[in-house]
Design a protein around this ligand. Structure first.
Ligand code: CO
Length: 290
């Protein structure tokens, strides 16, 4: 058991409010993994620089066992955060990693990665999230980059009121997260809120932000946000106040918008159609990565 530092509440002037509540839609991806797409393509401009958030969670092996066999990516970053389960990641340049309960993998696809993500369990619960974070045009063709973090290696703290915070990216209450990024300045927090607690987080007024509740129910500036809902927060205020009457868990995600055109074709996200054609051509001709 690690002892986490205790932090005081972060002061904010006024909490952001809930602009919209979004219900994810059930879909499947890879070789038939059942998941809920929470952040869909229609929200990419509103939630710039974020492109996608998938939530997966099932006790039934048939829902996840086939995993995600070899597939390409170009032009953005993926952040995979496991709540429960084990998943092995392998790419065509020899990088390999095992993601286990509470762990996180950050992958910058840059100019190209071809990889597989395959469950390493035949039964039990598989639960987690994959977030896609865009890269600016000047960074889309950068060299691929990976890092795997075990649960114990992810920075975290407990607030004086008892809220547990895992800082996957960005900075919260003076604690720097596992990954920081200069251009998009992503903040990615996993909050464990005991009953009757509140949590505040400062946010730059122009950063787009949302909260996804995955256990229990929370309240943001007086509005209730039930489980399996994403609350898009209005911009303009300097932070957010989250309250939990009963025990809850939620992701708080924010970032600086890029304000660039988004051209997406499946796992390729570029600025222009021409760059998408180039990505397809490079992939077909075996020049996407390596
Ligand atoms: Co992938």
């Amino acid at each position: 058991m690690t002892t986490k530092p205790v932090r005081n509440t972060e002061a904010i002037t006024q909490s952001r409010t809930v602009e919209q509540l979004v219900v994810g839609h059930a879909t499947s991806d890879g070789a038939g993994v059942k998941l809920t797409r929470v952040l869909t393509q229609s929200l990419q401009h509103r939630l710039d620089p974020f492109l996608m958030l998938d939530a997966f969670g099932s006790d039934a092996p048939d829902d996840y066992i086939a995993g995600f066999p070899d597939h390409p990516h170009r032009g953005f970053e993926t952040v995979t955060y496991m709540i429960a389960g084990r998943m092995r990641h392998r790419d065509n340049t020899g990088h390999e990693g095992l993601l286990e309960s509470g762990g996180m993998q950050w992958m910058t696809a840059g100019r190209g990665v071809i990889h597989s993500e395959i469950p390493q369990q035949r039964e039990g619960r598989m639960e987690g999230f994959q977030l896609w974070l865009n890269l600016s045009g000047k960074d889309k063709m950068c060299a691929p980059w990976y890092r795997d973090f075990a649960a114990a290696d992810l920075p975290g703290f407990i607030t004086d009121s008892g809220v547990g915070v895992t800082v996957i990216a960005g900075e919260s209450h003076g604690i720097t997260g596992a990954v920081t990024r200069q251009v998009t300045e992503p903040l990615y927090l996993d909050l464990s809120l005991p009953a009757g607690t509140r949590f505040t987080q400062r946010l730059a007024a122009d950063h787009n932000a949302f909260v996804y509740v995955y256990r229990g129910e929370i309240t943001i500036a007086g509005q209730s946000v039930p489980s399996q809902r994403m609350a898009i927060l209005n911009n303009g205020s300097d932070g957010v106040l989250i309250e939990a009457h009963d025990e809850a868990r939620a992701l708080l995600i924010a970032g600086r918008p890029l304000g660039e055109p988004i051209a997406q074709y499946g796992p390729f996200v570029m600025n222009t159609e021409q760059e998408i054609y180039q990505a397809l051509k490079d992939y077909r001709e075996g020049r996407l990565s390596g």
